[in-house]
Design a protein around this ligand. Structure first.
Ligand code: OFO
Length: 170
């Protein structure tokens, strides 16, 4: 496997691993705040990121490279509010999209069209994740300080994660 591509893919393995840990920390925080729907959504999101990491690990190894399982820095564990959680999540997704774009650039520079093709799955996934995070932020902004609204929002997120689980399983 092209060495530059392998290095870039392994960098992305680390990104996905740290995304998974970051969302796991958010999930745990939400659970302790009694926001069980939000916690469920974030636990599911954390699992998804782990799946993104595994997909990369397997691809690198299958193509004759060596996947490197990274050390992951401990994520932030306290959050100011639910708004803060989802703003950080959106910012994080935007940063990940940037990394995926850089990965696409490396594939094109190195003329590795197979990896370029594989990475397109991540390009679409980032589009979806950014859109979802923006929708959630819009809802949070609509709720403002309304406690009843927060209750309904939390319940909606629980249903959303059940939907995500169903589509992942099927
Ligand atoms: Fe892996 O998609 Fe989010 O970060």
């Amino acid at each position: 496997m092209n060495i530059k591509v392998e290095k870039a893919l392994n960098k992305q393995v680390e990104k996905e691993a740290s995304s998974s840990q970051f969302y796991l920390s958010m999930a745990s925080w939400a659970e302790n705040q009694g926001l069980n729907g939000t916690a469920k959504f974030l636990y599911t999101h954390s699992d998804e990121e782990r799946f993104h990491m595994l997909k990369l690990v397997k691809f690198i190894n299958e193509r004759g490279g060596t996947a490197i399982i990274p050390n992951v820095e401990a994520p932030k564990k306290n959050f100011k509010s639910i708004e803060n959680v989802f703003q950080l999540l959106l910012n994080h997704e935007l940063a990940v999209t940037e990394c995926i774009n850089q990965l696409v650039d490396v594939c094109l520079q190195e003329k590795d069209y197979t990896t370029h093709n594989f990475i397109q799955w991540y390009v679409s996934e980032q589009l979806e994740e950014e859109a979802l995070a923006r929708t959630i932020m819009d809802k949070i902004n609509l709720i403002g300080k309304d406690k009843g609204g927060l209750y309904l929002f939390d319940r909606d997120l629980e249903n959303a994660s059940i939907q995500i689980e169903k589509t992942t399983v099927n």
